[in-house]
Structure formats: structure tokens, C-alpha cells
Design a protein around this ligand. Structure first.
Ligand code: IMP
Length: 444
């Protein structure tokens, strides 16, 4: 086992503040790897007075001398990626041989975004009594249709294909014919897709990305052999995992750590530490069941204080109490070794805090097991433990011992219920407002 390799993964429905933790850990690693998702993810990182919003490029790019890898499990929108690279370069960030993109990563094409939006609009018109509309509430970034093509195979395009003009043209002629008909069936009123124009546009994007496109699988194995310290950056989050999340209200990749082997070509035994990122409360964007959702003034207060609006779409996030049934399940499937509890400061001023420890099922039984199926999860009611809150601001706390007693009790109870150590606590947006285990060593 490579004890120098760390995976950072969201334990809820995304937006747990992974960006800041990844950024903090980057200085202790050499190679930063994305293994899943695409431009649906959004990391905002504050470095000094500069704020960077990154969607595809790993945030490790902000640190000189780190290698950033976009693995084969990612779906890449080449134009969006180029925009991000140009934006970084304009701000003086070097993007050269420090960015590697898998030649096997699949391409998100403009028609994927059209398909995503058209399917969502179509489903939004179909409602079910117990669950609202059938729309997933996607980011409309074309993620689902791009992964769909990956599985369908005959209509897929990979990053390596962008470098072979004749092959790309030939494929696009077949795909565009089919896609035009499919889009029309979904009600899209648009001129037929133009394979020549798309081949030119994406061939050019491929040429600009050529220096970065490579076989990252061998590259990653070489790095492991050379003793490099690897950091795996999960996009989206465990409860949005295509196999293990609240299906069908999930994204289209394995965003738990289970996606790492498939999305990089590196076996799991290479990873010694799995740091699960858990917000001190819950949020969710888009549709799907949310047993601890708060639809009252407490929820509104948390949303405002936590600035709970999407980095990628700007949508207000749904807010709820901490659901430890869900988090415990995510820890189980991810092989989590420790927790980073983020945004604890947002809970300052809430009189009483609730932690969900079980679900009451329709037959009256209380279960401590998560239900990774949206239809059945809708029938579960959260069972809570109530803890006293604290009123003091905590952003200046220097270690866990300095936190108000009730904040410490909240963290202690989470550790006891998860049977895992909380290694980091986020008490503010700045990188320095993170209490780490070393400074918590004196914690009883
Ligand atoms: P998609 O990934 O755009 O297909 O969206 C599927 C679902 O996952 C939607 O509910 C999105 O809001 C949600 N989602 C995808 N990525 C993220 C993320 O990084 N944070 C939070 N929610 C996400």
C-alpha cells in the first residue's frame, strides 16, 4: 500500500468544501488526479485575495511544481477546458507539462448539452404525486449524455480521437445524423447538426490540447513507482454516485472512491488515506429525496450564512440537518479513514442542532441503514438526536479545544456515531481557518 496516496471525497450530495481541503493538502502531494465527472463540478479556491473557480482543471494547478492529471474516467468539454486554461494563463498561472489529460477521457460535445437540456425539459413536464417532476435537476453540462455515449460505444468520442482529423470527421458524420433525429424527437427545434463544422471546431480544440493529451495510466503507474505522493480529487460526491447514490437523482459517474480504479487505471491498494469531506449540515442541488431537508427559517439562515448557492449553476441549494445515516453509508462505501468537517462556523447561532441517526420506515421500524434508491428513500422519515447549539462566532478558533463546549460536543457526537476521527474542522472560508489534527492533538 502506498501510504503517501490520499483520496479526498465528498460524503454527501456535493459542495462539501472539498476545494479548500484539496488545496490545503496539495502542498503535501506531488500529483493531483481527477478521476470522475466533468464541468458539472465546481471548485472555488481562495488564494490570498484571488478567487479561482475551476471546473475541469484540478485545483493543484494553482501550485507550481505539481502535476495535475485529468484521468480517463472524466468527461471533458474541450472548449470549456481551454477557456479555463486561458483564464489561468491570463492570471499568470503556468499551464504546460504540469497538466496531463487522458487520451481515453470522453469528450462532451455541444449536442450532449442540448440532449441534457432537452431531456430535462421533457421530464420537467411529467410529474409524479409523491416526488414532483421527473427531471433530475442536472447542471445541463451534458454529463449524462456524454457518459451515455461512453457506454453506448458506437457514438462516443474520446480525447485521443480529437487528434485524428479523418477519424473524427468520419465518426461525426454518423453521430450527427443520428443525433439530429434524436434531438428532434425530444422537441428541439434546431437546424441539423453540421458534422464538418463540428469536426473543424473540435479538431482545432484537440490540436490546442495536444501537448497535454497522453496515456495517463502508464504515467500514473510510473509516478507511483517513483514514490510520488498522489492526491485523488473526487468531483461531485458519494451520494450522487451512479451505482450507490440516490438513483436516479444522481450524476452519471462513480464519484465515490470506487471510481478511482476505473477512472485512473490505478488499483485501490495504492491509497492509504481516504479523507471524507462532510459539511456540518446537509445540502443538495437539484431534485431527489432529502430526508433532513429544512424548509423553514433555520434552513434559510444556514443557506444565507453558508452562501449556499451553486458554484457551477448559481442555483440556491436545498439545506437540511446533518444526516449521519447517509454519511455513515458514504464512509462505508468509500473506505473512509478520517473526516474533515467543514463549515462548522455556519451553525453558530442556531439554538438547537439536530443529527439524523436513523430512518423511520413506513412500517414503523427505525433503521440505521441508508436507502440508495430515490423512490424508497422518499418514504423514510428522519429520526433525530437533538444537541444544544452555541451562539459564539468560531472563525478565530485556533484549535478544537478553543471551540465553544457545545461545538466540541457536536463534533464528539459525530465521531462517536461514525466511529471515525474528525481530522480537520473548517471554521471559515480561508485556507488558514482549518483546524487540523496536529493542532487538535491535545483534544481529549
Ligand atoms: P449532472 O451531473 O449535471 O447530470 O447532474 C445530476 C445531479 O447531480 C443534479 O442534481 C446536480 O445538481 C448534481 N450535481 C452534479 N455535480 C454536482 C456537484 O459538484 N455538486 C452538487 N451537486 C452536483
Amino acid at each position: 500500500m502506498n501510504t503517501h496516496a490520499t483520496a479526498v471525497v465528498g460524503l454527501q450530495w456535493g459542495d462539501e468544501g472539498k476545494g479548500k481541503i484539496v488545496d490545503l493538502l496539495t502542498s503535501r502531494h506531488d500529483v493531483i488526479v481527477r478521476y470522475n465527472g466533468g464541468a458539472n463540478a465546481g471548485h472555488s479556491v481562495q488564494v490570498g485575495s484571488e478567487r479561482y473557480a475551476l471546473h475541469l482543471v484540478p485545483s493543484g494547478i494553482l501550485h507550481p511544481d505539481k502535476i495535475c492529471v485529468i484521468g480517463n474516467g472524466v468527461v471533458v468539454d474541450p472548449e470549456k477546458l481551454l477557456q479555463e486554461i486561458d483564464g489561468l494563463r491570463q492570471r499568470g498561472i503556468e499551464v504546460g507539462s504540469n497538466l496531463l489529460i487522458s487520451d481515453r477521457a470522453h469528450v462532451v460535445m455541444p449536442y450532449h448539452k442540448e440532449q441534457d437540456a432537452a431531456l430535462e425539459d421533457f421530464m420537467a413536464g411529467i410529474t409524479r404525486d409523491d416526488a414532483g417532476s421527473l427531471a433530475i435537476g442536472t447542471t445541463r453540462r451534458g454529463i449524462g449524455p456524454a457518459y451515455g455515449d461512453k457506454v453506448d460505444r458506437s457514438t462516443a468520442i474520446r480525447m485521443g480521437d480529437l487528434l485524428d482529423a479523418a477519424y473524427l470527421r468520419e465518426r461525426l458524420h454518423v453521430i450527427c445524423g443520428l443525433r439530429t433525429r434524436e434531438l428532434k424527437a425530444l422537441g428541439v427545434q434546431a437546424p441539423p447538426l453540421d458534422p464538418e463544422a463540428l469536426a473543424k471546431r473540435f479538431g482545432e480544440a484537440g490540436e490546442r490540447l495536444r501537448p497535454h493529451i497522453t496515456d495517463t495510466v502508464y504515467g500514473l503507474h510510473d509516478a507511483v513507482k517513483a514514490g510520488k505522493r498522489m492526491l485523488f480529487e473526487g468531483a461531485n460526491a458519494s451520494l450522487l454516485d451512479i451505482d450507490h447514490g440516490t438513483y436516479p437523482y444522481v450524476t452519471s459517474s462513480n464519484c465515490s472512491t470506487l471510481g478511482i480504479p476505473a477512472g485512473t487505471g490505478l488499483p485501490m491498494r495504492n491509497i492509504g488515506r481516504v479523507l471524507g469531506i462532510m459539511k456540518a449540515y446537509s445540502t443538495r442541488v437539484g431534485g431527489g429525496p432529502f430526508p433532513t431537508e429544512l424548509l423553514d427559517a433555520i434552513g434559510d439562515g444556514i443557506r444565507t450564512r453558508g452562501r449556499e448557492f451553486g458554484t457551477t449553476t448559481g442555483r440556491p441549494r436545498r439545506v437540511g440537518w446533518l444526516d449521519l445515516v447517509a454519511v455513515r453509508y458514504a464512509c462505508m462505501i468509500c473506505g473512509t479513514t478520517g473526516i474533515a468537517c467543514t463549515l462548522l462556523d455556519v451553525l453558530s447561532g442556531v439554538d438547537e442542532l439536530k443529527i439524523c441517526t436513523g430512518y423511520r420506515l413506513p412500517d414503523g421500524r427505525v433503521s440505521d441503514r441508508f436507502i440508495p434508491d430515490a423512490h424508497r428513500l422518499t418514504d423514510a422519515t428522519a429520526v433525530y438526536e437533538t444537541l444544544p447549539g452555541w451562539s459564539e462566532p468560531i472563525r478565530d478558533a485556533s484549535d478544537r479545544k478553543a471551540l465553544p463546549e457545545n461545538a466540541r460536543r457536536y463534533l464528539d457526537r459525530i465521531e462517536a456515531l461514525l466511529q471515525l476521527p474528525i481530522e480537520m474542522v473548517g471554521v471559515g472560508p480561508d485556507r488558514r481557518q482549518t483546524l487540523e489534527a496536529a493542532s487538535m492533538a491535545s483534544h481529549a
